[in-house]
Design a protein around this ligand. Structure first.
Ligand SMILES: Cc1cc2nc3c(=O)[nH]c(=O)nc-3n(C[C@H](O)[C@H](O)[C@H](O)COP(=O)(O)OP(=O)(O)OC[C@H]3O[C@@H](n4cnc5c(N)ncnc54)[C@H](O)[C@@H]3O)c2cc1C
Length: 288
């Protein structure tokens, strides 16, 4: 490694939180799967003084589904998500995202907590989790608090986590029966590609009326975010193709993409509108 750092390998969550409590965490960096952090250290983008490896904090690697709620420990890997029959039932959008996430080797190491914590607008598990109204639990030696994932990011790679806190879990209430939850990622290739645009959708319908709409967008702003104005167009309405057109246009107008090596801002806006309309139309067909 080009950068020298001290490495702590705690054997329990308590030990990990104790390690993070030193210097109020300011000089301590958590390490989960390492699929971002190790690369950043190798390229000297990150120069941590002290690293706390979470490999042996087994409490954090768990999927717990009750009839009411789904809870995923932050050390749960992308492969763990794909291997879980419970997640397949409770969070189809998360499975859609896990299936197109990197390649097998990265999926075996990459974690849910690391994906949230890296703060990338292209983080593929975040739009699905946001579309499920997931909440993030942050724990430190002095206690735990819960933050809605939709309020977690404050700017590009910035969030509400204090330096002495770990993301310990992410959880949400199960969706009701008459609902659709789905995610589409557009990339330059079918596999191992960074997202050009990503759309996650949840629609809950009762007696033909949309009770809840969640549209979470990736790679078209400084953070993953919910297209709240587009959602508001759908909620409380009897769904129709005209509404889908309006909501898709609104989702694009709420986006602020950039031009980069993968796509132009114009193309991203076009594909946000197209993907949003397509997902809404498909969801409606399934609900009908
Ligand atoms: C070849 C390749 C392909 C990739 N493809 C994709 C892809 O398709 N989609 C995608 O979204 N990402 C992709 N990534 C990025 C990366 O794999 C993911 O973001 C992954 O989920 C990061 O998780 P990790 O456990 O490896 O995090 P780490 O690298 O261990 O950590 C990342 C950051 O999160 C912090 N952190 C980790 N865990 C916690 C925690 N519990 N609490 C607080 N902070 C924490 C670390 O300090 C660090 O800052 C790819 C990476 C590579 C190398």
């Amino acid at each position: 490694m080009p950068v020298e750092y001290e490495l702590d390998i705690p054997q329990s969550l308590d030990e990990a939180l104790n390690a993070l409590a030193s210097d109020n965490g300011s000089s301590v960096t958590p390490l989960a799967g390492g699929t971002n952090l190790i690369i950043d250290i190798r390229s000297r983008r990150e120069r941590p003084a002290r690293v706390v490896g979470l490999d042996y904090v087994s409490e954090l690697r768990a999927i717990d589904c009750t009839s009411e709620r789904v809870t995923i420990g932050s050390r749960t890997t992308v492969t763990d998500l794909l291997d879980s029959a419970e997640i397949a039932k409770a969070a189809p959008s998360l499975v859609d995202a896990a299936r197109v996430f990197a390649g097998h080797m990265v999926r075996n190491a990459a974690t849910v907590g690391g994906n949230i914590a890296c703060g990338s607008p292209a983080a593929d598990l975040v739009p699905p989790l946001m579309s499920l109204d997931a909440e993030v639990t942050l724990s430190s030696k002095s206690g735990s608090r819960t933050v809605a994932l939709a309020d977690y990011f404050t700017g590009y790679k910035q969030d509400v986590r204090n330096a002495d806190e770990l993301i310990t879990q992410v959880a949400w209430d199960r969706l009701p029966e008459h609902s659709v939850n789905t995610f589409r990622k557009l990339g330059r290739r079918k596999g191992d590609a960074i997202t050009v645009t990503g759309v996650a959708l949840t629609v809950v319908v009762e007696d033909g009326v949309c009770q809840r709409a969640r549209i979470a967008l990736g790679s078209v702003g400084p953070t993953v975010f919910r297209a709240r104005q587009a959602e508001a167009l759908l909620e409380g309405k009897v769904l129709s193709n005209e509404l889908f057109d309006a909501a898709a246009r609104k989702a694009a107008s709420e986006s602020s993409p950039i031009d980069d090596v993968r796509a132009s801002a114009e193309y991203r806006l076009h594909t946000i509108e197209t993907l949003t309309r397509r997902l809404l139309t498909q969801a409606w067909a399934r609900l009908a």
